[in-house]
Design a protein around this ligand. Structure first.
Ligand code: FES
Length: 358
């Protein structure tokens, strides 16, 4: 019996005015003309609800680039699905935030790139973006919507973490998600320019720990360390085909956002198949579900069910084999190679970003 997924990541569009160099979208982005229409998203959300999904993460690209975002939010509310908008904020205004709240939106995750405008806008490749985000954060709080700030950490902004914590407090956010860049999509292409040192990573963990102790319930802080300096792997996406489904702007159903990087996987499309059929029977979801596909050292490891073998896309990116152990695991034969690569890249001179562009 395959348990029901909890979450659906609805990538409504790949369009986004920002050019963040760590974006998890694929290098080849879906065009606007290929995007699912409102009716198809309504059907997909209905099928998700019937399948057992409880949370929908409305993402992109920038989901506010869709004019039908309010209708999609309204559909989630009607179905009793918890809706979380993951946004850069730059295409929103106060009025639209109010409309989204009235449509039944439950939560907003607003990205920031740094605490100060000059650096944030340089990282995002978008002038004036940071100032707009501050306005939108205020509008979200004024609309009585819970606000989480998202900050992706890398070597070019890691020193701003204490100031970002203060910024989250001053904006009235209830939560701050501090996630080190995960090296997929554009982040993988920019890895050399983004990789922090092991010392910087340890400092960021210590800063978060101290802030949690100091702030308690005033600000919840989530911390996602970078895999390259890890000892054990994370169960990526909560386990392949275990907890969530991604649907891309053009309708491909993926077990994770980077799954298209794995050659040979066939992705069924929600235009042609029902979501329950895809979840249970799609070859891509079945490929790494459970533990039968594992090879040594995962196959004989006591933790294999809990970690699910770690991240398949990372295993492929580092070892060239998507069935290999995630090199984030110290038991992987490629662990030392990955660590050495991270240390060499973090020690190299700063290099220019390649900004994400359509
Ligand atoms: Fe694909 Fe981790 S991003 S399994």
């Amino acid at each position: 019996m395959i348990p029901a997924p909890i979450g659906l990541l609805a990538e409504l569009t790949h369009r986004c005015p920002l050019g963040c160099p760590y974006c998890s979208n694929p290098l080849r982005l879906d065009r606007r003309s290929d995007e699912l229409d409102t009716e198809t998203w309504t059907r997909v959300l209905t099928e998700a609800s019937e399948l057992g999904v409880r949370q929908v993460h409305l993402s992109g690209g920038e989901p506010a680039a869709r004019r039908d975002l309010e209708r999609i939010v309204e559909c989630c509310a009607t179905l009793g699905l918890y809706s979380n908008l993951i946004t850069s904020g730059v295409l929103l205004d106060r009025r639209r935030v109010m409309w989204l709240a009235e449509a039944g939106l439950d939560h907003v995750q607003l990205s920031i790139q740094a605490d100060d405008a000059a650096r944030a806008d340089a990282i995002a490749g978008y002038g004036g973006g940071h100032a707009r985000k501050l306005t939108i954060a205020a509008a979200v709080v004024a609309a009585d919507l819970p606000l989480t700030l998202n900050l992706v950490l890398h070597r070019r902004n890691i020193d701003c973490l204490p100031a970002a914590i203060e910024l989250a407090l001053s904006l009235g956010a209830g939560r701050l998600e501090v996630a080190h860049a995960q090296y997929h999509g554009w982040a993988l292409a920019n890895r050399r320019a983004l990789m922090p040192s092991r010392t910087q990573v340890a400092e960021s963990a210590a800063i978060v720990k101290a802030a949690r102790g100091r702030l308690g319930a005033r600000l919840a802080i989530d911390f996602v360390p970078p895999d390259y300096y890890a000892t054990w792997p994370k169960p990526c996406m909560g386990g392949w085909g275990r907890r969530s489904i991604n649907v891309t702007p053009s309708g491909k159903a993926l077990p994770c956002h980077a799954a298209e990087s794995i050659p040979g996987l066939a992705f069924w499309n929600v235009r042609e198949r029902g979501l329950a059929d895809i979840w249970r029977n799609s070859p891509a979801f079945r490929a790494f579900r459970g533990t039968a596909w594992m090879q040594a050292p995962c196959a004989g490891c006591d933790r294999r069910a809990a970690c699910g073998g770690g991240c398949r896309c990372q295993a492929l990116a580092i070892t060239g084999d998507a069935t290999a152990a995630d090199p984030a695991c110290h038991l992987s034969p490629s662990h030392g190679e990955m660590l050495a690569m991270a240390e060499a890249e973090s020690a190299a001179e700063e290099s220019a970003f390649r900004h994400r562009r359509m």
